[in-house]
Every structure is written in structure tokens, then in C-alpha cells.
Design a protein around this ligand. Structure first.
Ligand code: GLC
Length: 753
């Protein structure tokens, strides 16, 4: 009997599903190689989007096209140079996730990702494998640069804006890594052991906000286990929580690997195995034939994938240009970076510069400037402006001799660094993963005196890189290296001895130690890894063209050992063996499993509740102007709670202020942090003397804590206090309000079933 072969349309998914063979269904549940294959033989035709991370399978007979999945969170990652093609395919390296979150500005994030999503569309991809949004549980996680914050509300709201911006182009996202993937150490096999309350209130809450508010096309399950079950095989997580509790209606794909539990993944609701291997197709076919996978389970996942495919540009036959407006996007990246970076210190108004200063530019990172992190979160951009180019471009004069010294060091180090060459897969992987940063260099002994005499100001750039596949280290990474520390001391002593200022620029991917050296600097600016135009953005802020308005999305502790997870985060421990998941082995604490002992007390929740002093608090950031808060008010109505505050620019230059709203809950019942971020808002650019009234809306559910005993979120009745704050340590105004009736919000089930 001839096979029915309806052609896929948005309105005949069920009909096509019915017409599919078991082989075709299993094929669609497993990622495909982009290269065209006929009867098992690659045709040699160039892949549609070279360098894209993966694809879904094409089933020509039914009009089901291949769809393309491309990394990453700071911009699309594709091959810029292609054999036999004289066109280039560079993409824009936008600010990394942590810098976007530092803006506390959902409109800015949406604008950046509208541009980023346009490059996904115009380069022929269908989904951007982003945003990375795991909570910053510990400063040493290698991928924190891709992620947003230690706080689930800020992370969830930024992620929602990110998804809305990308998807406004008619392409999809893959919010990742779902869930509790907060370290790189043993990421593929490690078991994240988390209590249900911390899971719900902290590690899932940002994903929940994002799913409910922005309807992401896809979710990427993480490599790790959650309480003993691989997340990709975890029915409680992927079906009960993600779909039943939160109403997610897209598809779930695995992270890039091939675990043995394909059948469990299909049954758990993980629709797509990426990047996909033939063995996985066979496992699915065998399991359906044996009844281990029911037809309902198989068809449920295939239906999800067909519903995803009909939304894609590939299905719609979009004629992509391969020519997005990179110039315009570079401008957007620069403006976003300038309006997101954080001014941590500015003694006696050291900044902004006048522009006529002669600058002694210190630090190898002033040349080896880092636009983004390494691994799949990296972008192949055409250029990255470095600090020296940016200063010269802005008309500054810099100390020539010092510059030449650093260039000589850079050239020598680069020559050595490029020793890892070769086309073999191992060399390629080393180069791909490590993107190693050139370490700081010593200065010649007797140069500081005359450098301080002949220049007006010292600018020291300290750089760090980090990325996928490994966590950071404590020594010489979280902490300054001895060479960096000596550099700062010598520059500070020499320039201050002649009454001149020292400005430090932190071109870093994650939190570092600052308490021991910040007093040696007169000003400190934190641009993180700000994208290809980031150095120009730094100069815009140094000159006051942009008044900095970013604020910290995480805490800078005084010591690493103040971090609540310091005792059970494997900071850079070498794994002495590759864990073989198929063979019994000794269980290694913090390698085979990590106990999230601190529960919900992550970041400022820990430091404020336990009155622990920090170097720079969550939400902290300075401006070139000052702001006053007034008229605090909280109104509780049936439709929700509205908190309003008036912010006035009391300084002499225009500026913007990000206001945080923390709430403390009534005593009694569950133990709760001293206060928790429940909303935030950012003013427009206020002229000196100008005021703006900000309204922040939230609901009783947003105030709820998770009660494990009743397996429900619960909002207690009683007296609450709203704190209107410039940072977690800087409460400006407060207002009391009451919740008359307690509410309970039961959840489907816990994550282990
Ligand atoms: C990687 C990363 C993930 C990325 C994927 C495709 O292992 O964990 O973030 O999107 O593989 O490159």
C-alpha cells in the first residue's frame, strides 16, 4: 500500500504524524548532521550554515525541512571563512550575559537581542542556543560570564527580555542549561544534589519566570544529574515541572552529548537528542518495538517537534541574505556595553576624564583585550577593539614607550601561545577550549618614576578569560597574580607620589578578589567581557559621553571563603580520572556529586541575612551624578501589588538609576532571608534636578516561599516591608504593607518522580 505523503503545513501536523513511519519518527527525535547524505553517502554538498552546532533531520517525503541550531549567548557562532567562498560570515560579538544583566534594563537587553536575533535569521539559522542562564552559585564557575546573576528574579527578567528580543525575529531560542548546571567540573556526569525548596526558589525560579513570560521555543536540558537522575531523563523536571506546572509548550533538546539513556530521555519528555547519533535512532526504534516506549510517548515528542518546525524560517523558506547589518549591530553592542558597565569606585571624581590627559596605559590586557568567554559562548567576530586602539581613537595620547613595551611582550607571548597548532582534533579542542589569556607581564624595574612624571594619569587594565569545560581557579585567577598585585602597587605608589590618579579597568569574565587592592586605585570600572566594541564603550564612559548606570548582578565577596558554597565547590580540582558512567567507581565528593548545602542562601541572601561584610554588594554601582529617593508607597489591590518611588537627579550631570525593590516577609513559619529582590526598575536619562516616579508591579505569588512539607509555594499573611534600594547594602526608603490572606500554590510534584 502506497504510503500517504501529505506535505507538512501548520494546520496538518496530526495528519503528517499519522503518515510517518516508525523510522521517520525516530529519525526526527535525533539531531542530524547538516551535510547532505543520500543512501548513507555524504553528497559533499556544503552544509547550509557552516559552523552551526547542530540540526534537526529533514524528511523530504513529507515536506519536513532540516532546521539549524547555532550557538551562542553573545551572538551567533558560525564559520566566518568558508572554503571556496570569497564572502565572509562574521557575526557581532555582543556584550556577554553578565554585562547585559548588569544593565538592570530589560529594554536595553531586548534591543541588543533584536539585533542578535536578526543575525540568526539572516545567516540562515532557526534557533540560537541561548541564553545561558544558570544561577551564579559560585564565582569560580567557568561559564558565569554567559550567565546573568546570583538572583533568580533578575536572572529570569533579563532572560525573558533576551528571549523576547531574539524571538521577535521569528527565530527561536534554547534557554539553558536546564537545570542546576552551576559548575563545569565533571559537568557531564556530576550529580547536583539540591533540596526541593532551593531548587524551586532559586535554581528553577529564573527558568520559571522566563518560560511563563516569554514562551521560549526550546529548552536545553543540561548534562548533569539532578538528585540522582540525569536532567535529560528526568520526567519530574521535564514534564511535571516544565510542562505541567509552568505550561511550557515547546521542545526540549539535550545538551551536546550521547548518553546511554536515550529511551529514558524520550519517556521523560526530552524531545530531541543533540547533536544526534545513529545509535540513538536505533535505540528508539527497538524500544518502540519492544513496547518500552509507548506509541503515545513517541507521538507526543514527534508532535512537539513538528509544531516547532512549522514556526521556523527554514520551514517558511525564508530567503536569508547572509548579510546582516554588522555596522549597525556593532553600534548597538557599543551603546549597550557603555550603558551596562559598572563604576565600582570613583574617589574625588577621578572620572570622567577631560580627554586631554596623557595616559600611561598599563597591563597586557590593554592589548590582549577580552571581548567574550571561550567555548560555545564565543563568537567569530571580524575584530575586537582593544583598549589602546579605543583610547587613540578617542583622541587620547598615550605613553609611546610603554605601549611599545607591551606590544613586544604581546608579540612574544602570542608566538609561544600559537605553538599549539595542528589540525588534529586534540589540538583543535585545546585551542577551542582554552582560548588562553596571556598572563600579566612584569614591568622593567626603574620605569615607574619617569612614567609618573611624564604622564597625567595611569590606566591599568586587568584581564581574565574563562569558559566552557573548566572552572576557574582560586590562586592567580579569583585572586590577583603576584605580578598584577605588584604592578598595581608600583603604579599606585609612583603616580600618587606625584599627585596623579590611577584608574583600573576590570576586563574579566567573573568575580575576582578586590578588597585587598581596591584602595590602591582612585577609580575602578567593570566592563566584564564587553564584546567587540567594548573597549570603545569603556572610553565612552571614561570620557563621560555615557554616564555609567550599571549595577552588580552578583556579590563581590571580601574573601572567596566567605562564599557559602566555597566548601563544596570544586575550585579547579583536577579530576584524577575520567568518570566512566558504566563502571562502578569510588564516589568523589564535589566531583561525582555536589551537595548544595547552602540551600536558598546564595549570594546576598547569605551575606545580608548573616551580616557578612562584602567588598561590593549585589546591586551596587556608582554614577557620575547622585540620586535621591522619595515618596515610597506600596498599594495592595486585588489585581496585584504596586510599589512606587520617586527618583530625583540631585547631581550636575544627566544619569540613570536602577532601583531595586527588596521585600522582607513577616516572621514565623519558614525561615526566610532578611530580604529578597522582588522587583526592579530603571529611570530614563534624568537631567540634573529632574525626577521620575517609578512603578514596580508584582503579585502575592512573587512573594511566596516553597514549603517542602506541603509541596507548595506559600505566601504568608501579615506585615511586610518593602525596601527601595540603590544596592543590597544601601536602602534609601521603605514602606510597610500587609497581605491580608495567606495563599498556597501547590505544584505538580517534586522533581524526582
Ligand atoms: C556545549 C554547551 C552548550 C552548547 C552546545 C552546542 O557542550 O554546553 O551550551 O550550546 O554544546 O555547542
Amino acid at each position: 500500500m502506497a504510503l500517504a505523503q501529505p506535505r507538512l503545513r501548520p494546520d496538518n501536523v496530526d495528519e503528517v504524524l499519522k503518515a510517518m513511519t516508525l523510522e521517520e519518527k525516530a529519525t526526527l527525535l535525533v539531531g542530524a548532521a547538516q551535510a547532505k547524505v543520500v543512501n548513507g553517502v555524504p553528497t559533499g554538498e556544503a552544509p547550509k550554515v557552516q559552523g552551526a552546532a547542530g540540526a534537526t533531520a529533514e524528511i523530504e517525503r513529507l515536506g519536513i525541512p532540516m532546521t539549524i541550531l547555532a550557538d551562542g549567548p553573545a551572538g551567533i557562532r558560525i564559520e566566518p571563512i568558508r572554503p571556496g567562498d570569497d564572502k565572509t560570515y562574521y557575526a557581532t560579538a555582543f556584550p556577554v550575559g553578565t554585562l547585559l544583566a548588569s544593565s538592570w534594563d530589560v529594554d536595553l537587553v531586548r534591543k541588543v537581542t533584536e539585533a542578535m536575533g536578526n543575525e540568526v535569521l539572516e545567516y540562515g539559522a532557526d534557533v540560537l542556543l541561548a541564553p545561558g542562564m544558570n544561577i551564579h552559585r559560585n564565582p569560580l564557575c567557568g561559564r558565569n560570564f554567559e550567565y546573568f546573576s546570583e538572583d533568580p528574579l533578575l536572572s529570569g527578567k533579563i532572560a525573558s527580555a533576551y528571549v523576547q528580543g531574539i524571538q521577535s525575529n521569528g527565530v527561536g531560542v534554547s534557554i539553558k542549561h536546564f537545570a542546576v548546571n552551576n559548575q563545569e567540573q565533571n559537568r557531564e556526569w556530576g550529580d547536583s544534589r539540591v533540596g526541593e525548596r532551593a531548587l524551586r526558589e532559586i535554581y528553577l525560579k529564573n527558568f520559571e519566570i522566563c518560560v511563563r513570560e516569554s514562551n521560549p521555543w526550546t529548552v536545553m536540558s543540561s548534562y548533569n544529574k539532578l538528585n540522582g537522575i540525569f536532567t535529560q531523563q528526568n520526567y519530574g523536571l521535564l514534564t511535571n515541572i516544565l510542562r505541567h506546572d509552568w505550561g511550557f509548550s515547546g521542545i526540549v533538546m539535550t545538551d551536546w552529548g550521547c548518553k546511554v539513556g536515550t529511551v529514558d530521555a524520550v519517556k521523560a519528555g526530552n524531545d530531541l537528542m543533540e547533536p544526534g547519533a545513529p545509535i540513538e535512532i536505533q535505540r528508539i526504534i527497538d524500544a518502540v518495538n519492544s513496547g518500552e516506549i509507548s506509541t503515545d510517548e513517541l507521538d507526543r515528542n514527534v508532535h512537539n517537534i513538528l509544531q516547532y518546525i512549522v514556526k521556523t524560517p527554514s520551514f517558511k523558506g525564508y530567503k536569508y541574505s547572509n548579510a546582516p547589518d554588522l555596522k549597525a549591530h556593532a553600534e548597538i553592542a557599543r551603546r549597550a556595553a557603555a550603558n551596562s558597565m559598572i563604576l565600582l569606585r570613583n574617589m574625588d571624581n577621578t572620572l570622567p576624564f577631560k580627554g586631554s590627559e596623557k595616559v600611561a596605559l598599563f597591563g597586557i590586557s590593554s592589548i590582549d583585550f577580552v571581548s567574550g568567554g571561550t567555548g560555545s559562548g564565543d563568537v567569530n567576530e571580524e575584530y575586537t577593539v582593544n583598549m589602546e586602539q579605543a583610547l587613540l581613537g578617542a583622541g587620547f595620547s598615550i605613553d609611546e614607550e610603554l605601549s611599545q613595551y607591551y606590544h613586544r611582550c604581546y608579540d612574544k607571548a602570542h608566538a609561544q601561545k600559537d605553538l599549539v597548532t595542528g589540525d588534529d582534533p586534540v589540538s583543535k579542542m585545546i585551542m577551542w577550549f582554552n582560548g588562553s589569556k596571556i598572563p600579566e607581564v612584569e614591568l622593567p624595574e626603574d620605569c615607574l618614576g619617569f612614567l609618573a612624571d611624564r604622564n597625567d594619569v595611569a590606566l591599568v587594565v586587568l584581564g581574565r578569560n574563562a569558559g566552557e569545560g573548566s572552572d576557574r581557579k582560586l590562586r592567580d585567577d579569583f585572586e590577583l597574580t603576584s605580578v598584577e598585585s605588584a604592578l598595581l602597587t608600583r603604579v599606585s605608589n609612583a603616580f600618587r607620589a606625584v599627585g596623579k590618579k590611577v584608574v583600573v579597568v576590570l576586563n574579566i569574565g567573573g568575580v575576582i578578589e578586590t578588597a585587598s587592592w581596591k584602595n590602591r586605585a582612585d577609580a575602578i570600572l567593570l566592563p566584564w567581557s564587553p564584546g567587540q566594541e567594548g573597549a570603545n564603550a569603556v572610553t565612552d564612559v571614561l570620557l563621560g559621553k555615557v554616564n555609567p548606570s550599571g549595577k552588580l548582578p552578583m556579590t563581590f565577596p571580601i574573601s572567596y571563603f566567605d562564599v557559602p558554597s566555597a566548601t563544596n565547590f570544586p575550585y579547579g580540582k583536577e579530576v584524577n580520572e575520567t568518570p566512566n558512567p558504566w563502571a562502578p567507581k569510588k564516589v568523589r565528593e564535589n566531583i561525582d556529586y555536589t551537595d548544595y548545602d547552602e540551600g536558598i542562601y546564595v549570594g546576598y541572601r547569605h551575606y545580608t541575612t548573616n551580616n557578612i561584610e562584602v567588598s561590593y554588594p549585589f546591586g551596587y554601582g556608582m554614577s557620575y551624578t547622585t540620586f535621591e529617593y522619595s515618596k515610597p508607597m506600596v498599594k495592595v489591590a486585588a489585581e496585584g501589588i504596586t510599589a512606587t518611588i520617586t527618583v530625583t537627579n540631585t547631581g550636575s550631570v544627566a544619569g540613570r538609576e536602577a532601583v531595586q525593590l527588596y521585600v522582607s516577609a513577616p516572621a514565623g513559619g519558614l525561615d526566610k532571608p532578611k530580604m529578597e529582590l522582588r522587583s526592579f526598575a530603571k529611570t530614563a536619562l534624568l537631567a540634573p534636578g529632574e525626577s521620575q516616579s517609578l512603578s514596580m508591579n508584582f503579585t502575592p505569588y512573587d512573594l511566596a516561599s516553597f514549603n517542602e512539607a506541603s509541596n507548595a509555594f506559600e505566601t504568608a499573611s501579615g506585615a511586610y516591608t518593602a525596601f527601595f534600594a540603590a544596592s543590597a547594602d544601601d536602602i534609601r526608603e521603605k514602606a510597610a504593607f500587609k497581605i491580608a490572606k495567606a495563599s498556597s500554590y501547590p505544584v505538580w510534584t517534586d522533581s524526582s518522580k
